[in-house]
Design a protein around this ligand. Structure first.
Ligand code: ADP
Ligand code: MG
Length: 612
């Protein structure tokens, strides 16, 4: 635990002063390795296409030569002389088209597969992060890593292979031609190039940093939009459209500024490189000219040299355009890989399970202390000790914000205690398999049930994927939901809308209860399950809950005390500790915190005796 905390301690991972994450080449290599063969083939085809590209101007030159010859002296047949060259060129054109087609097909195959693999890996690693991770992150930002960043990375990867390879081959091919024309001039060219490259690299790293910031800002804007669109009902209810617009506008403005800054950086880079290359041409003419004057070079060769070095320059320029894309691609890749290597403190699975026939469902919190990782100094629970006897109903009451939901979260092992232990049948939760614990032992029903935007059937089956239809119906009946479900025209195939938006609160809650019951949990946690409901829904839900509680270890968390009178034991939580324990009557007799709470609620709510 101590180790985990040390890692989780700096919550602001991307804040200033934190080392910038670097592109993870090793991980990238792992994604690339399965496709090396296809990638290799693509590279070979692309190289072939580029080589053909270098050939074509030479042949065209020869053709022009022939044309020039016939414009000078009109003897012989132009057609016979040029036919060979023409067919040769046609073949090359065809070959180039074929090679281009081939490498693009292979490249898009590799690119799409690597991107899909990356998305799958990132998604699965995001899903297994600690709940604390999600406390600190916005969904929109995470989603944009899955979408935009992978997309950006993929397209620059493909560009590097296609354009980059062509540019490099042309540069290399022309350099060979150049060195055949004049070694001396080529050497001079080669001396100037590394100096320029060094300067370019320096600028490049600055641009990379800028690009990273730029993408982060875009993700922030996306997150604002995501939150507003996702919670559009709340936004509408508060008439906050304009404020959301302003928020989005502000973030968007920020990202525009950054992007413009990046654009200026790239423009500066390209402007400077264009000057540099032009100066190189001038230098070549100057030095070449003096060589010609000293009769060490013919004028024609100097001309050819210039033409070839122009090709080099053009290729280099297109490479520098590509460089901008590479910068963006690398920083997008960095962001994709960042969360791919992050490992959670609480694993999803691993550890042992207690066989169902031996499971009693007795739960104990031993001197548990807890503070949330994103708010380390704030102690929610201190020295909290509580036992839930098997098959009994224990109610946890206390003020709002007192840490009741936190107790439930610890039981679900969304977090580990800072100190102390939570045990199930005497075994530390940390030694048990979390997916078994959550999937089969504990049924958790929260105040705000969240459904998925699919059918009722699938929503209930979310509790147990292999549940038969009969099991689903049984769970729905137990949850008092069968009746309203069958009253819908589509019955169990009714689609409930995003997060269950097309159902009433009570209906949603009953579906959530059915979803929890279908896995036949031994332990049931009801976290203020009825407090958001009107009294009629509350009666239906409460009835379902009472039925479901029989024979199970139940932790009822309740703010409204009328709902917990029947519990075997009532525990009052205050200041992160257990203050009072007893039955309703015992605690009333004590006349301390509990009776005080009862008195206060009786003042602002109808007394529990009143029939509702
Ligand atoms: P209750 O359920 O009793 O109303 P909670 O357990 O939800 O109270 O919250 C207890 C305290 O912990 C509150 O002060 C709340 O602000 C804080 N808290 C709750 N959830 C988180 C979280 N995810 N991260 C940080 N603090 C939290
Ligand atoms: Mg709560």
């Amino acid at each position: 635990v101590a180790l985990c905390e040390a890692e989780a301690a700096p919550p602001a991972r991307s804040g200033p002063g934190v080392v910038e994450p670097r592109f993870n080449w090793k991980l990238f290599w792992q994604f690339l390795r399965p496709h090396l063969l296809v990638l290799g083939a693509a590279v070979v085809l692309a190289l072939g296409a580029a080589l053909v590209n270098v050939q074509i101007p030479l042949l065209l030159g020869q053709l022009v030569e022939i044309v020039a010859k016939y414009t000078r002296d009109h003897v012989g047949s132009f057609l016979t002389e040029s036919r060979n060259l023409g067919t040769h060129l046609l073949i090359l054109y065809g070959l180039q088209g074929l090679l281009t087609f081939g490498y693009l097909v292979l490249l898009s195959r590799v690119g799409e597969r690597v991107a899909a693999d990356m998305r799958r890996a990132l998604f699965s690693n995001l899903l297994r992060q600690d709940i604390a991770f999600f406390d600190a992150k916005k969904t929109g930002q995470l989603v944009s890593r899955l979408t935009t960043d992978v997309q950006e990375f993929k397209s620059s990867f493909k560009l590097v292979i296609s354009q980059g390879l062509r540019g490099c081959t042309q540069v290399a091919g022309c350099l060979v031609t150049l060195s055949m024309l004049s070694t001396r001039l080529t050497l001079l060219l080669m001396v100037a190039t590394p100096a320029l490259m060094g300067a370019g690299t320096l600028m490049g790293s600055a641009l990379r940093k800028l690009s990273r910031q730029c993408q982060e800002q875009v993700a922030r804007a996306t997150a604002v939009a995501d939150e507003a669109l996702g919670n559009v009902r709340t936004v509408r209810a508060f008439a906050m459209e304009q404020r959301e617009e302003e928020l989005y506008g502000a973030e968007l403005g920020g990202s525009r500024c950054k992007a413009e800054e990046l654009g200026r950086g790239i423009a500066l880079f390209q402007g400077l490189s264009s000057i540099a290359f032009n100066c190189m041409v001038l230098g070549t003419l100057f030095i070449g000219g003096s060589l010609v004057a000293g009769q060490q070079l013919t004028g024609g060769d100097l001309m050819s040299f210039l033409v070839a070095s122009q090709t080099v320059q053009r290729s280099m320029a297109s490479l520098s355009v590509l460089f901008g894309q590479v910068v963006r691609g690398l920083s997008a890749g960095t962001r994709v890989f960042e969360y791919m290597t992050l490992s959670p403190c609480i694993p999803l699975s691993g550890g042992h399970c207690i066989p169902r026939e031996h499971l009693r469902g007795s739960i104990t919190f031993h001197n548990v202390c807890f503070s949330y990782p994103c708010r380390p100094g704030f102690h929610v629970l201190r020295d909290f000790t509580l036992t839930l006897p098997p098959g009994k109903i224990v109610a946890l009451v206390g003020q709002s914000g007192g840490g009741k939901t936190t107790v439930a979260s610890l039981l679900e092992r969304f977090y580990d205690p800072t100190a102390g232990t939570v045990t199930l049948d005497g075994q530390d939760l940390r030694t048990l398999d979390p997916s078994w614990l959550r999937g089969q032992v504990i049924g958790f029903i929260s105040q705000e049930p969240v459904l998925f935007g699919t059918t009722i059937m699938e929503n209930i089956r979310f509790g147990k994927l292999d549940a038969s239809d009969e099991e689903v119906y049984a769970a729905a009946r137990e949850a008092n939901a069968h009746e309203f479900i069958t009253s819908f025209p589509e019955g169990y195939n009714t689609v409930v809308g995003e997060r269950g938006a097309t159902l009433s609160g009570g209906q949603k809650q009953r579906l959530a209860i059915a979803r929890a019951l279908v896995k036949q949990p031994s332990v049931l946690i009801l976290d203020e399950a009825t407090s958001a409901l009107d009294s009629e829904s509350e009666r239906l839900v409460q009835e379902a809950l009472d039925r479901a509680s029989a024979g199970r270890t139940v932790l009822v968390i309740a703010h409204r005390l009328s709902t917990v009178r029947g519990a075997h034991q009532i525990v009052v939580l205050a200041h992160g500790r257990v203050c009072e324990v007893g039955t309703h009557e015992e605690l009333l007799k004590k006349g301390r915190l509990y009776s005080e709470l009862i008195r206060r609620q009786a003042l602002d709510a109808p007394p529990p005796e009143t029939p509702r």
